[in-house]
Design a protein around this ligand. Structure first.
Ligand code: NAD
Length: 497
C-alpha cells in the first residue's frame, strides 16, 4: 500500500509517528494509501530547516525570486496531466475540473512572478528639511498554510505562492484526505530550482494544527476549511501573537430576478450547484427566485436539466460530476436531505439512493433539489457541501437582499438579471464578500483577492493578490537625513514640518 510521509528539507521522508490515516479512492471506495500524521517533533525539524532556508531567501533579490517562481509555474504547467489525475484519484472530482483546480493555483504563481514590482516600497524625497522617508515590505519569516480537501492544488498555491515569492518560507499542512497533490507540488518546487527547505509539506491532523498555532518560530497562519475550525485556528494562532487569516464555510445564494435570461441562469446554476458534487466553497447551493411565477419558470427548465446530468467516475469525460470525498461525507449529505424533508422542505429530486453501476462501493450521490425551503430551517442555515440545491422563494428584491445578508455565512452571492441598476444596487448593499452579476461562481482572478464576510472568514486580510502580499509582509518605514556641519540643539517637542 502506498505510504505518504512528509516533505522536509527538500526530501520525501516516511514519517515516524506510528499514527496513520487511510486515503480512499472515492470512485471505488477502496483504501488506496495511508498518510502519516506528523508529530510536533517532526514539525520542529521542518520549521528549523525552513528558518535556515528563509535567511538566504529573503536576502535574494526580488527578480531572482521571481525567476524561480516563473520556472515553477512552467514546471507545474508541464505536469498538469499527472497532477490532475492524482487529484481526481483522491478527491473524486472529474479530470477537467481537477485541471481547473491546478490552473487556478498556477494563476496565483503567475501573479507572484510580479513580486519585484508588487513588493516595491514607497519613497518620499524631502519629507522634511533634508529628510527622506522610505518604506519597505519585509517578509515575516516562517509562515504556515493549512488547507482543506476540496481544492488540493489551488488553495496550497494561493498560500505558498504568495508567501514564498515575498521572501518567506512556508510550512504547508494539507488536508489529510487528499495530500498527494500538495506533496507533489512541494517536490516540483525543488525541481524548479527552489531552495530546499523553503517549502515543507507536513501531513497531519488536529495535533499538528495545534502545534503550528503554538510554534514560536511560525509568524503567520493562513487557514482554509470549515468555519468552526477556522474560528478555532484564528483564535489559537492570534492568541499566540501570530498573524492569521482563516477562511471558513459558505452558503452562497443565486438570486434570479424576474427579468433574468432564464436559459442562461439555469445553465449557470446547474454547473455552480452540482459541479464538483457541490464540494466548493463558491458553489451555489441556494437559489432565490424573486417575484410571482419566477420559481415556476425556473423549475420548468431546471428539472429536465437535472435529469440530463451525468454522474460518473472521475475519468469519465462525459460525467458532470464524480463521487464525493469520503463515505462519511456522502452519508452526512444524505442525512441533511432527509432532515430537510423533516423540516418541511419539498423534495423535488431525490439523489440519496443513486448508485453507479459497477462502482456500487464508490462515494456517489445523485443530485437533489429541495423546494419551499425557509430561512428558519437548520438545513438552510448549515452548509451541506454536496450536490443539493435548495430553493427559497422570495416575493421582493428587498427580501432577496436580506436572505444572503442575514445568513451566517457571507462568502459569495450571484444575481441573475438584465437590469444593471438593480444589479448595481444589489452588489452595493448585500452583506457578502464576493458578488457575481450574471456570473455564478465569482472567484476573483489572481490579481484581485479572495475573501468572504461574516462566518466565512476570520481575520482581515484576503487570500492572494495585493491582500495576500500584505498578509505575508510587514512594513518598515525609515526616516533619514544626512545633515552637514554643526549639530543642532536637542529638540524637546515632537518635530513638525
Ligand atoms: P475541515 O475544516 O475539516 O479541514 C480543514 C483543515 O483543518 C484540514 O487541514 C484539517 O486537517 C484541519 N482540521 C480538521 N479538524 C481539525 C480540528 N479539530 N482542529 C484543527 N484542525 C483541524 O474542512 P474540509 O472538510 O477539509 O473542507 C471543506 C470546508 O472548507 C467547507 O466548509 C468549505 O466551505 C471550506 N472551504 C472554504 C473556502 C474559503 O475560501 N472560504 C475554500 C474552500 C473550502
Amino acid at each position: 500500500m502506498k505510504q505518504i510521509g512528509h516533505f522536509i528539507d527538500g526530501e520525501l521522508v516516511p514519517g515516524n509517528s506510528g499514527r496513520q490515516k487511510d486515503i480512499y479512492n472515492p470512485n471505488t471506495g477502496d483504501i488506496q494509501a495511508q498518510v502519516n500524521l506528523a508529530t510536533p517533533e517532526e514539525l520542529d525539524a521542518a520549521v528549523a530547516s525552513a528558518a535556515k532556508a528563509q535567511v538566504l531567501w529573503h536576502n535574494t533579490n526580488p527578480q531572482r525570486r521571481s525567476r524561480i517562481m516563473f520556472a515553477y509555474k512552467q514546471l507545474v504547467e508541464s505536469h498538469i496531466d499527472e497532477l490532475a489525475a492524482l487529484l481526481s484519484s483522491e478527491h473524486g472530482k472529474v479530470l477537467a475540473d481537477s485541471r481547473g483546480d491546478v490552473i487556478r493555483g498556477v494563476d496565483v504563481i503567475e501573479f507572484a512572478c510580479g513580486v519585484p514590482h508588487a513588493q516595491k516600497g514607497e519613497h518620499t524625497y524631502g519629507a522634511g528639511p533634508e529628510i527622506d522617508v522610505y518604506s519597505m515590505r519585509k517578509p515575516l519569516g516562517v509562515v504556515a498554510g493549512i488547507t482543506p480537501f476540496n481544492f488540493p492544488a489551488m488553495i496550497p498555491m494561493w498560500m505558498f505562492g504568495m508567501a514564498i515569492a515575498t521572501g518567506n518560507a512556508c510550512i504547508l499542512k494539507p488536508s489529510e484526505k487528499d495530500p498527494s497533490v500538495p506533496m507533489r507540488l512541494a517536490e516540483l518546487f525543488v525541481q524548479a530550482g527552489g531552495p530546499r527547505g523553503l517549502l515543507q509539506c507536513i501531513n497531519g491532523d488536529k495535533e499538528i494544527v495545534d502545534a503550528i498555532c503554538d510554534h514560536p518560530t511560525i509568524k503567520a497562519v493562513s487557514f482554509v476549511g470549515s468555519s468552526d475550525i477556522a474560528q478555532y485556528v484564528y483564535s489559537r494562532a492570534t492568541s499566540n501573537g501570530k498573524r492569521a487569516q482563516c477562511m471558513g464555510g459558505a452558503k452562497n445564494h443565486g438570486i434570479i430576478m424576474p427579468d433574468a435570461n432564464m436559459d442562461q441562469a439555469v445553465k449557470d446554476i446547474l454547473g455552480a450547484a452540482y459541479g464538483s458534487a457541490g464540494e466548493r466553497c463558491m458553489a451555489l447551493p441556494v437559489v432565490v427566485p424573486v417575484g410571482e411565477g419566477t420559481a415556476e419558470r425556473f423549475l420548468e427548465k431546471m428539472l429536465p436539466a437535472i435529469d440530463s446530468m451525468r454522474v460518473g467516475v472521475s475519468e469519465d469525460k462525459e460525467a458532470d460530476y464524480g463521487p464525493v470525498v469520503t463515505r462519511e461525507h456522502r452519508d452526512s449529505i444524505k442525512a441533511q436531505v432527509t432532515k430537510a424533508v423533516g423540516e418541511g422542505a419539498k423534495l423535488l429530486v431525490d439523489g440519496r439512493d443513486f448508485s453507479l453501476q459497477g462502482y456500487e462501493n464508490g462515494f456517489f450521490i445523485g443530485p437533489s433539489l429541495l423546494d419551499n425551503v425557509t430561512p428558519d430551517m437548520e438545513t438552510y442555515q448549515d452548509e451541506i457541501f454536496g450536490p443539493v440545491l435548495q430553493i427559497v422563494r422570495a416575493k421582493t428584491f428587498e427580501e432577496a437582499i436580506k436572505l444572503p445578508s442575514e445568513h451566517q455565512y457571507g462568502n459569495g452571492v450571484a444575481i441573475f438579471t438584465q437590469n444593471g441598476r438593480a444589479a448595481r444596487e444589489f452588489a452595493d448593499r448585500v452583506e457578502v464578500g464576493m458578488v457575481g452579476i450574471n456570473v455564478p461562481i465569482p472567484v476573483p482572478v489572481a490579481y484581485h483577492s479572495f475573501g468572504g464576510w461574516k462566518r466565512s472568514a476570520f481575520g482581515d486580510a484576503n487570500q492572494y493578490g495585493m491582500e495576500g502580499l500584505r498578509f505575508y509582509t510587514k512594513v518598515k518605514t525609515v526616516t533619514q537625513r544626512w545633515p552637514e556641519g554643526e549639530t543642532e540643539d536637542s529638540a524637546f517637542i515632537i518635530p513638525t514640518f
